[in-house]
Design a protein around this ligand. Structure first.
Ligand SMILES: Nc1nc2c(c(=O)[nH]1)N[C@H]1C(S)=C(S)[C@@H](COP(=O)(O)O)O[C@H]1N2
Ligand SMILES: [Mo]
Length: 199
């Protein structure tokens, strides 16, 4: 279904570029946060998926960590033009979290501890394209990069990967999030350079 499988460290067909247009490579891992870093204790953490009918699926940290997790290696592309290739993560696939969710909603709004929001089509969360990640580079995900756990949707610009994620709200109508309301692109495909509204 997805055009690009993110599970293969960004290596596409031979000869295909590794960097989306307008991006440069970085080796370090910049921290980009719109506000202060929330400190969420694991025993106070929860993740919810709320359907368009108002049905709420909820995992506390123990229930979340009891789910099957995957290791995956993906490339990250920030709209401020840095890209970092081959980042290694561990997380729970959204396919696993959606397994018992009954919904026909096409849109999702991700909500974070601290108030950040970002929207994306439900379709972009499924089929091995998105995770709730809790380990980075072999370590527990630190708070600066979104720990205890963050959404990771590497085929879209990184602002879609909500740090400190606490829930997904499923919606019949698209609802822009924090950066989308501020003029960033509604979808944010780095390969089509969809940085701003109208791109
Ligand atoms: N909750 C939350 N998530 C967020 C952000 C934020 O400010 N708050 N910034 C976004 C942006 S613009 C980017 S580029 C990435 C940065 O992730 P990093 O700090 O781990 O590099 O997180 C995204 N997710
Ligand atoms: Mo960003």
């Amino acid at each position: 279904m997805g055009i690009v499988s993110p599970g293969f460290s960004g290596r596409r067909r031979t000869g295909a570029p590794e960097l989306p247009p307008g991006q440069y490579l970085t080796e370090d891992f910049p921290v980009l946060s719109a506000g202060p870093t929330p400190r969420v204790a694991r025993d106070a953490w929860e993740f919810t998926i709320t359907t368009e009918a108002g049905v709420r699926h909820r995992w506390d940290w123990t229930a979340f960590r009891a789910l099957p997790a995957e290791r995956f290696t993906v490339d990250l592309h920030c709209v401020t033009k840095w890209s970092k290739l081959g980042t290694a993560w561990e997380g729970v696939s959204l396919d696993t979290l959606f397994a018992d969710v009954e919904s026909t909603a096409e849109y999702a709004l991700a909500h974070s501890y601290g108030g950040y929001t970002t929207n994306l089509p439900v379709q972009d969360l499924l089929d091995g394209q998105a995770w709730i990640a809790f380990r980075y580079d072999g370590e527990e995900l630190n708070a600066e990069h979104g720990g205890p756990a963050r959404l990771l949707v590497p085929h879209l610009y990184l602002w879609k990967s909500a740090k400190w994620v606490r829930g997904l709200q499923l919606l019949d109508a698209d609802e822009p999030g924090f950066w989308e309301t501020a003029g960033y692109h509604d979808y944010g495909d780095p390969w089509r350079e969809q940085r701003y509204w109208g791109d």
